[in-house]
Design a binder for this molecule. Structure first.
Ligand code: DGY
Length: 333
C-alpha cells in the first residue's frame, strides 16, 4: 500500500521499540505526545486513515474524537481504568474499547499495603522525627499494630482481592463491600461482606478499589467520613474523583479520621497550593500504583496486543464494550 492509503495507528503512549515493531507490521505509526487532544494534534489526512488509537488515561476520548476519526476501530487504553473514555459514545460509533486488567493487580495491592504500613507504623512521621532532631529530645510516639485490625475494602474486584490476600498475611480481619457479594472470597475465608455503612464504621483502614463513573463520582464524602472511627485511616489507590476531596480535607483537619494515604487526587498532578500538601496526617503518592518496570511493561504489552489483534481481525483479550466486537470484526475482515 502507498503511504496515503496505509492504515494508521495513532500512538499516544510510551511504547518500547520491540512493541512498536509489532504494531508497524500491521499499521503505520503516527506518534503524538501523551495527553494531547487527538482531534487537534493529528493532521486530517492521518486521522482519515486511523483505525487504532493507543493512549493513556491522560488522553480525553470523547464523542468529538469519533467524528474526527471516521475509520477508527479500536481505542486501546494503556490503563485498567477507562474514565478518560466516553464508552457509550464509542459503542454508538462502533469503536471497541480495550484496557489492561489483571496485570497490575499485585503492584497496586503492594502500594496499598505499603501505605497501610506507613500510616499504622508511622514510617513517614518517624522519618521526619529522626531528620528533625526530635529524637534527641525523647522517644517517638508509639504506632499501632496492623495485626488484629479490621481492613475494609470498598470494591472487591481483581485488585481488591489481591489487597485482601496481603492484608490477611498481616493477620488482619478483612471485610469488604461490593455491589455483588463475592461468593469465592466468603467460601475461602479471604474476606467477609459488610453493608456499605458498616464497612466505614467498623474498619480501622478503609481502602478504595472502585472504578470512576457517573455513579461513583464524589460518592465518598462527609457522610462516609462521619461514620469512620477517629482512629481509622482512609486510603485511595483508585481514582481521586470518587472522593469529595473537600470533605476528606475537612475530616483530616478536624480529627474526624486519623489520616489518609492517597495515590490519586481529583486533579493530577496535584498543585502544591492544594490543602492536602500541608496536612501532616496524609501520605501522598504521585499516582504510581502500577508504576514499576515490570508492571508497566506488562500493561503496555497487553495494550499493544489488544491493538494488534484488532488490526489483524482477531478478538483482543481485554474488551470493555465487548458487544461492539462483531461490528469491528466485520470491518477488520
Ligand atoms: C490504571 O491502570 O487505571 C492506573 O490507574 C494507571 O496507572
Amino acid at each position: 500500500m502507498s503511504n496515503t492509503t496505509r492504515r494508521v495507528a495513532i500512538v499516544s503512549a510510551p511504547v518500547p521499540d520491540d512493541l512498536q515493531q509489532a504494531i508497524s507490521q500491521h499499521l503505520e505509526i503516527y506518534s503524538v505526545p501523551a495527553g494531547q487532544r487527538i482531534e487537534e494534534a493529528v493532521p486530517e489526512e492521518v486521522r482519515a486513515r486511523a483505525i487504532a488509537l493507543l493512549c493513556t488515561m491522560r488522553t480525553p476520548v470523547q464523542e468529538s474524537l469519533f467524528a474526527a476519526l471516521p475509520q477508527l476501530q479500536v481505542v486501546s487504553n494503556f490503563a485498567v481504568g477507562y474514565d478518560n473514555i466516553d464508552v457509550p459514545a464509542a459503542t454508538r460509533a462502533g469503536v471497541l474499547v480495550c484496557n489492561t486488567p489483571g496485570v497490575l493487580d499485585a503492584a497496586v495491592a503492594d502500594l496499598t499495603i505499603g501505605m497501610a504500613l506507613c500510616l499504622g507504623r508511622k514510617l513517614v512521621d518517624n522519618d521526619r522525627f529522626v531528620r528533625s532532631g526530635a529524637w534527641l529530645k525523647g522517644p517517638a510516639p508509639l504506632a499501632s499494630d496492623l495485626a488484629g485490625k479490621t481492613f475494609g475494602l470498598l470494591g472487591m474486584g481483581r485488585i481488591g482481592r489481591m489487597v485482601a490476600k496481603r492484608a490477611r498475611a498481616f493477620d488482619m480481619n478483612v471485610v469488604y463491600h461490593n455491589r455483588r457479594p463475592d461468593a469465592e472470597a466468603e467460601r475461602s475465608g479471604l474476606a467477609s461482606y459488610l453493608e456499605r455503612d458498616a464497612l466505614f464504621s467498623q474498619s480501622d483502614y478503609v481502602s478504595v478499589h472502585i472504578p470512576l463513573g457517573p455513579e461513583t463520582t464524589a460518592s465518598i464524602g462527609a457522610r462516609e467520613f462521619s461514620l469512620m472511627k477517629p482512629t481509622a485511616f482512609f486510603m485511595n489507590t483508585a481514582r481521586g474523583a470518587v472522593v469529595d476531596e473537600a470533605a476528606l480535607i475537612h475530616a483530616l483537619r478536624s480529627g474526624q479520621i486519623a489520616g489518609a494515604g492517597l495515590d490519586v487526587m481529583v486533579k493530577e498532578p496535584l498543585d502544591t497550593a492544594s490543602a492536602l500538601i500541608d496536612l501532616p496526617n496524609v501520605i501522598l503518592q504521585p499516582h504510581v500504583g502500577s508504576a514499576t518496570v515490570e508492571t508497566r511493561r506488562a500493561m503496555i504489552a497487553l495494550a499493544v496486543d489488544n491493538l494488534v489483534n484488532v488490526a489483524s481481525g482477531n478478538q483482543p483479550k481485554a474488551m470493555v464494550n465487548e458487544s461492539v466486537w462483531p461490528v469491528v470484526a466485520k470491518k477488520a475482515r
